[in-house]
Each structure stands twice: as structure tokens, then as C-alpha cells.
Design a binder for this molecule. Structure first.
Ligand SMILES: *[C@@H]1O[C@H](CO)[C@@H](O)[C@H](O)[C@H]1NC(C)=O
Ligand SMILES: *[C@@H]1O[C@H](CO)[C@@H](O)[C@H](O)[C@H]1NC(C)=O
Length: 451
């Protein structure tokens, strides 16, 4: 499988199709195993998508083959780059096959969402999305464009799998897509939603940081005290609807925690941040520093031989040649600061109600969390889950967990429990990027979810 991708990569003949009076430009490999394109989701706002068909795809009408839509976080981080080549796609950044790719279990659809992220772009700065709902509306337009013209894809249940900030898009998109399906505008079957280390309740996460880091010796009482005054401030700002101010206080809180923890890695409390404080100019916002670290963390964790593996070169040079349709002057970046800034009024808004709505509608919601994540800690996730109003929550909370193992190893890799349509996975020895840290258990989990 990996090998054929590798060969196709260099000798593909491209087919071009322009559909919907030019609103969509799409291409595919001759065998159709890969398709990609731009959808103009609003005038002058262009979203890039890339679909991979699984070599394992089956044609059983009673068990339709699933598709996973991967939503990266940030906000402004590129799913087409990071999620695809660094986490779950068929090839790694050296273009070597990834043996833990989720493509074994489902077709994969990557998008650079929201517009302005990665290969997606806007022709005017006023067109960046300012809320999760606006992002969901654009994504729904993209799904209409990709699915309504393809009878094969329509038969496949779509699972929306999110990481980090992507969780907020996933739940708003879930509701928006269901509405479009009910209105007959979108030809799609929603299979379920998975929230991996997802920023669903910012308040619960910021409240979890200091106690968690104190418990594992990474903060002292003074660090906790300094953090507490800021978390109280954030709570008040959120209560008053001062969301931009809350985003700024969040950024201050990260700086306090970095200082008192001697730069703990926000994506894994067992590590130090890979950040280089010298390179950040004094005028840069702390949040900008944090964001840069997001993509750097993944890159630093794979100093492997056999190529340079540099995501920037891959996206800006090698893939531009393959994909043909990326505008020449577009500079791919792992993390867009403009996209983040445009969402700063929504960044601290919770999306717990949206999870409740999805649960009430009977949609399968899977939550998974890495044990050593800080930014979207398990402690914070458990706190917002306890706030759900869904009828099954009491029973869910009272249930015992089942231990998880992987392969031939006897070691406990995690725990899980399910009640009705709510499923939770605790993944041990994993930080923010679960599929990278625990590929075996992540693949098992995805397999259980979609089959
Ligand atoms: C997949 O590759 C990793 C790293 O190259 C290796 O450690 C692991 O054993 C492989 N897993 C399988 C199932 O082949
Ligand atoms: C939810 O998932 C379970 C299995 O995990 C499945 O039996 C059920 O049909 C799913 N429900 C919906 C509404 O998709």
C-alpha cells in the first residue's frame, strides 16, 4: 500500500475536473485512490481538502466502509500537513509508509480548516472566520461540495475525528451537518464524532493546570498561587462574556506556568518545552510562542534517518509539484497566527452544550485523552464531562472501566467505558498527540469506533 503511494507520488497523470461552475477545482490520481481540491466556501475564501481511499475498502452494502474527517487544532494548524504526515496518514514526512496509519481502518479526508490555514486561503483578510459556527458553516459547504457529487462516498458513514481546538469545530460541524442533512442539502450519513484531547471547556482546562502540575512535582505552591489568581480572573471574564480579555489572560497564565515549571511542555508534562526563548522577540505575544511550539513539538520528536523529513519543505516544494493546484505564491505554514487572531473572541468559549445536543440526538460521541497532556488535560476533560446534562451521564460516571492492551504486550495501555452513545478512552503514556505517542492503541480505538 505504502509503496504504491510512493510510486504514484512521482509518476501520476492528473485528471482535472471543474465542477459547480468553477466553484470547485479538483484533481485525482488515475486510480482514484487520492483526490484533492479547493472548494470556494464563500466568495474569495478557498478551502483545501485531500481524500485518500483505503486499500482495505470493502463493498459490503450491509457494512458500508467508513470515512474519517480529521480536524486539526491550533486554531490555524494544518490538518493536511500535521495530521496527515505527522500523525495518522499513509505516509510520514519522509514519505515512508506509516504502519499505524488509520487508512487501514477507514478512508481519510484531511482539510485545512478554517480558511487561511495551511493550503487554504482567503483573498481578503476580512474573510477569516471569527467563530466556531462560521468555521462549521464553511466545513458544511465543503462537505456538500465533496459528497453530493459522489454516490460512493455518500454511502460511507462519516466520522469526524478532532484533536485539540478541532474539537470545537467538530461539535459545531456535527450539528451544522445534521441540520443540512435534515434539510436535504447534504447527502451524507454522520457516523459519529471523536474528541481527542479537545479544547471543549477552556475554563475547566485552565483550572486543571496548576493542581495537576503541582501533583506531579512540576509546580510549587507559589506557582499554584500565581496561577490561581489568573484562573479566577479568566472565570470572571468568561462569565461576563469578555472572551478576548479571557484569551489574553490565558496567555498570561501560560507564561506564569512556564516560568514556575521551568518550561514544562504543554503537550506532555514529562518533557520540557522545545521552545527557544531567544528566537521570540519581546514584542511577540506569549500565545504566539505557544502556537509556534505546537508544530515544533511534533517535528522535534522525530529525528529519524533517511531524508530530511522537514514538513515545511515537503509542503512548500515537494507536494506543490504533486498537487499542481496550490497557488505559487501561497506559503504553507504549520500554524497560522492570523487564523488564531481572528478567532480570539471565540477561543475561550465553551462548547459543552453542543456535546449535550449531539448526545441528545443519539450521535455516538467518543472522547479520548492522553494521560500526560497538560493543555487539554484528562483532569479538565473529566471536569467538563461531569457538567453534561445528558440523561445518561449519571450512569456513565458510575460505571467501571475496562482495561486496554495492545498487541502481545501485557502492559495496561489505557481504560475505556461506554454507556449508550457516550464512549471514553483514557490513553496511558500519551500526551496531547495520542496517535503519535500510542499508535497501537489509537488504531485499535479507531477500529472499534468505525467498525
Ligand atoms: C511500526 O513501526 C514502528 C517504528 O518504526 C515499530 O516500532 C513498530 O513495531 C511497528 N509496528 C508494527 C505493527 O509493525
Ligand atoms: C453507535 O455505536 C454503536 C457501536 O459502537 C452502534 O451499534 C450504533 O449503531 C451507533 N449509533 C449510531 C446512531 O450511529
Amino acid at each position: 500500500m505504502g509503496k504504491s503511494h510512493f510510486v504514484l507520488f512521482f509518476c501520476v497523470l492528473f485528471l482535472v475536473s471543474f465542477i459547480n461552475n468553477g466553484a470547485m477545482a479538483a484533481r485525482k490520481t488515475p486510480d482514484g485512490s487520492e483526490q484533492w481540491g479547493y472548494v470556494q466556501v464563500r466568495p474569495k475564501a478557498h478551502m483545501f481538502w485531500w481524500y485518500y481511499r483505503s486499500p482495505q475498502r470493502t463493498n459490503d452494502p450491509n457494512k458500508p466502509w467508513p470515512i474519517i474527517l480529521w480536524l486539526q487544532g491550533g486554531p490555524g494548524a494544518s490538518g493536511v500537513g500535521i495530521g496527515n504526515f505527522e500523525e495518522v496518514g499513509p505516509l510520514d514526512t519522509f514519505l515512508k509508509p506509516r504502519n499505524s496509519t488509520w487508512l487501514q481502518k477507514a478512508d481519510l479526508l484531511f482539510v485545512d480548516n478554517p480558511v487561511g490555514t495551511g493550503y487554504s486561503f482567503v483573498e481578503e483578510n476580512s474573510l477569516f472566520v471569527k467563530t466556531d459556527e462560521e468555521a462549521a458553516a464553511d466545513l458544511t459547504t465543503l462537505l456538500i461540495s465533496v459528497f453530493n457529487r459522489d454516490k460512493v462516498l455518500q454511502k460511507s458513514p462519516l466520522y469526524i475525528v478532532a484533536e485539540s481546538y478541532g474539537g470545537k469545530y467538530a461539535v459545531t460541524l456535527g450539528l451544522s451537518a445534521l441540520k443540512a442533512i435534515e434539510a436535504g442539502k447534504l447527502k451524507l450519513k454522520l457516523g459519529g464524532i471523536a474528541l481527542g484531547d479537545s479544547w471543549i471547556s477552556p475554563e475547566d482546562f485552565v483550572f486543571s493546570w496548576a493542581p495537576l502540575l503541582k501533583d506531579v512535582s512540576r509546580l510549587d505552591s507559589k506557582g499554584v498561587e500565581k496561577s490561581n489568581s489568573l484562573t479566577q480572573k479568566i472565570k470572571q471574564q468568561i462569565a461576563k462574556g469578555q472572551f478576548v480579555a479571557a484569551t489574553n489572560t490565558w496567555s498570561e497564565l501560560e507564561t506564569v506556568i512556564e516560568t514556575y515549571s521551568n518550561y514544562v511542555d504543554f503537550y506532555n508534562f514529562l518533557l520540557d518545552s522545545g521552545m527557544d526563548p531567544v528566537s521570540a522577540t519581546a514584542s511577540e505575544l506569549a500565545q504566539r510562542i505557544t502556537l509556534k511550539r505546537y508544530s515544533r513539538y511534533l517535528e522535534s520528536s522525530k529525528a529519524l534517518p533517511g531524508g530530511d523529513g522537514d514538513l515545511d519543505t515537503l509542503m512548500n516544494v515537494i507536494l506543490k509539484k504533486k498537487l499542481k493546484i496550490i497557488p505559487k505564491d501561497l506559503q504553507w505554514g504549520g500554524q497560522s497566527g492570523s487564523v488564531f487572531d481572528a478567532l480570539s473572541g471565540d477561543f475561550m468559549k465553551p462548547r459543552i452544550n453542543e456535546v449535550d445536543e449531539l448526545l441528545a440526538k443519539g450521535v455516538n460521541v467518543t472522547i479520548y485523552n492522553g494521560q500526560v497532556d497538560v493543555i487539554c488535560s484528562t483532569k479538565g476533560t473529566e471536569a467538563w464531562v461531569e457538567k453534561l446534562k445528558w440523561e445518561g451521564i449519571k450512569t456513565f460516571l458510575s460505571m467501571d472501566r475496562t482495561p486496554l492492551y495492545c498487541g502481545h504486550e501485557k502492559l495496561t495501555k489505557g481504560f475505556t467505558k461506554s454507556y449508550k452513545n457516550l464512549h471514553f478512552y483514557w490513553i496511558l503514556k500519551a500526551g496531547h498527540f495520542v496517535p503519535v505517542d500510542q499508535p497501537c492503541i489509537a488504531l485499535n480505538m479507531v477500529s472499534n469506533m468505525v467498525h
